[in-house]
Ligand binder design. Structure first.
Ligand SMILES: NC(=O)C1=CN([C@@H]2O[C@H](COP(=O)(O)OP(=O)(O)OC[C@H]3O[C@@H](n4cnc5c(N)ncnc54)[C@H](O)[C@@H]3O)[C@@H](O)[C@H]2O)C=CC1
Ligand SMILES: N[C@@H](CC=O)C(=O)O
Ligand code: NA
Length: 450
């Protein structure tokens, strides 16, 4: 068994020093990483041009699914960071406190790091990347955004010729899985979330998935790579999926739209950067509107290439391990190489990052889906449309439903043209103040993604 982990690169190449991997965390992604490393070791070594050897694992307890004979196992993950034999530390424990200390300890002892931890990168990436640069090592994080989709590589390298104008992505697998199952099978929110947890998609704290925090972590990373700016997680506007009702999903469908939970960033010349995560109506005709289940997709618009779309599984053991292991391959090539040859962490040289202002959500311009519970009487509709028109907001589509038996209020659904958020908020306040309106007006942003 030990030989399986220590597969040996072809004879003529044996003079190359093997690259020793220390892996911390044996949960969903750690387990997937073990499986993929073991199954594809021959190819992995051929890609790296060296023997990649898993020598040390840091795990709180053994996982009976894996035979770790021949590998040193420590209960304390810091023993891996302190192991002088380890060249690359793979951080898969999650969270930000121990993980940050662990990564700093590894970097300061001259080890490269591979991580899937988007919270860590989004919140502490500026500091960690600066420290890594100081010690001539890299922190690779392909698995941190959109799981198995190689979006970090695509944006940092494949799109380097472009000025990125905007990007929009379905970047949380759990959230998209929940929305899809609710829409297609009418399943209850809590029931689908439980399944996502069992499948290993959800974060340790699933409110990160449901309330959009995980998507915000990923969006801030993508935005920094897109526009060449430091990570600014605290500036992301975030709204989750827990408020989306099946009623609105159905009405959106009638209007030819899907409701998706999107992360969106856009550079507004002379204004700043939009950085927002929220439920969004998008036209059925867009490819991204048809991305369902645990699949993720990121639509990136570059000035030279135009729109490009990246699609694949956003969560799960082996899809995420695919990204982790490809980072291991990439970083292995740097072990023992001259420093300075790696792609910068955010795709732009550290001293070229620009601190662009982030546009407050009140200043963002989008179209809107509005649902109003209005008294079924002549004249009510004209009062609503008058308020909108006084605010300079025009209406693109309108549906008025028949009243249900015994009810005097009916749902009125409107699609508006683009308007500044603070204008629509003010108009909705006036609509809610009408005697003929029941309760709160529902408002969901709409994007054409053109
Ligand atoms: N599950 C997924 O589909 C994806 C997860 N990620 C990220 O990958 C990382 C790991 O996620 P999962 O594998 O899903 O989590 P998990 O909870 O399944 O695994 C984490 C493992 O680390 C261990 N651990 C935590 N703290 C430790 C410590 N101080 N010492 C030793 N072991 C410790 C836990 O006991 C657990 O076995 C997280 O940062 C997560 O956000 C990224 C992309 C996809
Ligand atoms: N919880 C995350 C895991 C991958 O990043 C998700 O569901 O997308
Ligand atoms: Na990825």
């Amino acid at each position: 068994m030990a030989d399986c982990w220590r597969f040996v690169y072809p004879l003529e190449e044996r003079s190359l020093k093997p690259v020793n991997i220390g892996l911390c965390g044996l949960g969903t992604v750690g387990g997937g990483t073990l499986t993929v490393l073991k199954r594809n070791l021959l190819d992995i070594n051929a890609h790296a041009g060296k023997s990649v050897v898993l020598t040390h694992i840091g795990a709180r307890r053994d996982n009976p699914a894996f035979d770790l004979s021949g590998i040193k196992v420590s209960r304390d993950v810091f023993a891996v960071a302190d192991d002088p034999e380890v060249d690359i530390l793979v951080e898969l424990i999650g969270g930000t406190s121990v993980a940050k200390e662990l990564v700093l300890r590894a970097v300061r002892s001259g080890k490269h790091v591979v991580t899937a931890n988007k919270a860590l990168i989004a919140e502490f990436g500026n500091e960690l990347f600066a420290e890594a640069a100081k010690h001539n090592v890299v922190i690779a994080y392909e698995a941190a955004v959109a799981g198995g989709i190689p979006i970090i590589r695509a944006m940092r390298e494949g799109l380097a010729a472009n000025k990125i104008e905007w990007l929009a992505g379905i970047i949380n697998g759990t959230g998209n899985f929940i929305l899809t199952e609710m829409r297609d099978k009418g399943r209850a929110f809590e029931d689908v979330l439980k399944e996502a947890q069992e499948l290993g998609y959800a974060e340790a704290d699933p409110t990160f998935d449901v309330e959009g925090i995980d998507a915000a972590h990923k969006l801030v990373i993508l935005a920094s790579i897109a526009f060449g700016m430091p990570l600014q997680f605290d500036k992301v506007f975030t709204e989750g999926i827990s408020t989306i009702s099946t009623e609105d999903v159905a009405y959106a469908g009638e209007l030819g739209y899907q409701v998706k939970h999107l992360g969106i960033t856009r550079k507004r010349p002379n204004q700043g950067i939009e950085l927002r995560v929220h439920p969004t109506l998008i036209p059925n005709s867009r490819l991204i509107a048809n991305v369902d289940g645990v699949m993720n997709a990121v639509l990136v618009k570059g000035d030279a290439v135009g729109p490009t779309l990246y699609y694949g599984p956003g969560a799960g053991a082996e899809p995420t391990a695919s990204a982790v292991v490809s980072d291991i391959v990439d970083v292995s090539r740097l072990v023992g190489a001259e420093s300075g040859s790696s792609v910068p962490h955010l795709g732009f040289a550290l001293d070229k990052l620009v601190d662009y202002p982030i546009l407050p959500i009140e200043e963002v311009e989008t179209a809107y889906y509005i649902r109003i519970s209005a008294l079924d009487r002549p004249g009510v509709l004209s009062k609503i449309t008058q308020i909108l028109s006084d605010a300079g907001i025009s209406i693109e589509a309108l549906i008025q439903k028949e009243p249900k038996e015994g009810q005097d209020h009916v749902p009125v659904i409107l699609l508006t043209n683009r308007a500044i958020e603070k204008q629509i908020i003010a108009a909705i306040k006036k609509i809610e103040a009408l005697d003929s309106i029941n309760g709160k007006v529902v408002r969901i942003r709409v994007e054409s993604l053109k």
